[in-house]
Design a protein around this ligand. Structure first.
Ligand SMILES: [Zn+2]
Ligand SMILES: [Zn+2]
Length: 99
């Protein structure tokens, strides 16, 4: 019986500690958010990169602009390494923005 009581006390104590930790985490996370440190995870960031197919001269695949919008951090296409293929829409970049 004494064992059972002790176990319950220990369990409650552990649970309380866990709750305290969670509250602290949520508090600091929301204060970070208010300061604008955390940005929305839904907002993808794109930046213009030189089209690998035309080297910036402008072609069919970059709408004659010479650049393509690529998801940041930008990487060369893993299928062709920048040589242009169907996977990168002939831009040479990984995950280019498609309109
Ligand atoms: Zn191009
Ligand atoms: Zn490619």
């Amino acid at each position: 019986m004494r064992l059972a009581i002790r176990f319950t006390y220990h369990e409650r104590h552990t649970l309380q500690r866990r709750l305290d930790t969670t509250e602290t985490f949520v508090e600091s996370a929301s204060s970070y958010y208010q300061k604008g440190v955390l940005v929305s995870e839904e907002k993808d960031e794109y930046a213009p990169e030189t089209c690998c197919h035309c080297g910036g001269l402008g072609c069919l695949y970059c709408n004659k602009s010479g650049t393509v919008m690529v998801l940041q951090p930008s990487r060369k296409c893993r299928h062709c390494g920048g040589d242009c293929c169907i996977y990168c829409g002939y831009t040479g970049w990984e995950r280019p923005l498609r309109e």
